[in-house]
Ligand binder design. Structure first.
Ligand code: AMZ
Length: 238
């Protein structure tokens, strides 16, 4: 299993939200680049950069700092939030670094875009299935996409996508433990897909639980920022 540190960006700052709500915002740092370098130096496998301004469609986006982080670290980076044109997907994939692109809203509003991405590049596309009781949510988690979680995974898998970012919105930012039940159900339903689990992780037992359900990667957010988990200890287990 891979460890991934989340860096959620809002107005240029590193923040965490609870259940995706702006009113539940905690600012952790004013310098996202330093945070990225810190998680890299502590030994995390990957970074997960989320542009919350772009995802929620408020204020100025954070693309400048995202490009700076990509340029400054040596570990792979996945970029999420507000990537809603084929050009912006290709621009990110054109960068000569091991970048993955996470797509939510755009994929659910225009599923045909997946067929416009070259087959060679599809393994760098992650479909974000952010769900609320198995209803996939889009547009900053404010709108129901009209599709259920398992139908969404089945659909994009058939189009050749093999990696999914699974967020249970109810758990995100809560430290209540990951959504093991849904992961087991996914394991029993689909073969040969990679699941990146996001949300709820608070301690080392959660990491073991995720490893036991064959999770491909775990996103660490609040637990890292609140110093409930150390990357060093996670790396010993995964
Ligand atoms: O916190 C939120 N309200 C939120 C959030 N963290 N809304 C969207 N996102 C993240 C998703 C996904 O990684 O988890 O943004 C990405 C999807 O963005 P888009 O613009 O492609 O739907």
């Amino acid at each position: 299993m891979k460890s991934i540190a989340a860096i959620d960006l809002l107005d240029g700052q590193v923040v965490r939200l609870v259940n995706g709500k702006l009113e539940n915002k905690t600012v952790y740092d004013d310098n996202p680049l330093e945070v990225a370098k810190k998680w890299e130096s502590e030994g995390v496998d990957m970074l997960h950069l989320v542009d919350l301004n772009a995802a929620l469609n408020i204020g100025k986006n954070n693309s400048e700092i995202i490009l700076k982080i990509i340029d400054s670290v040596d570990i792979p980076v996945q970029v999420a939030g507000g990537i809603r044109t084929i050009n912006s997907i290709n621009r990110l994939l054109d960068i000569k670094k091991p970048i993955k692109v996470v797509i939510g809203t755009f994929a659910f509003k225009q599923p045909e875009i997946i067929q416009k991405i070259s087959k060679k590049r599809l393994n760098r596309i992650i479909i974000s299935v952010d769900h609320n009781k198995e209803n996939v949510m889009i547009s900053g988690w404010k709108e129901f996409s009209g599709i259920k979680l398992f139908d969404a995974i089945r659909f994009y898998k058939e189009l050749g996508v093999n990696e999914f970012l699974l967020t249970n919105i109810d758990k995100d930012g809560t430290l209540e433990g990951p959504d093991i039940e849904t992961l087991i159900k996914i394991n029993n339903t689909f073969k040969d897909i990679k699941i990146v689990s996001s949300g709820g992780v608070s301690n080392i037992i959660d990491i073991l639980k995720l490893r036991n359900v064959n999770c491909y990667a775990v996103i660490l957010g609040k637990a890292l920022y609140d110093e409930k988990l150390k990357i060093e200890h996670v790396q010993e287990l995964i």
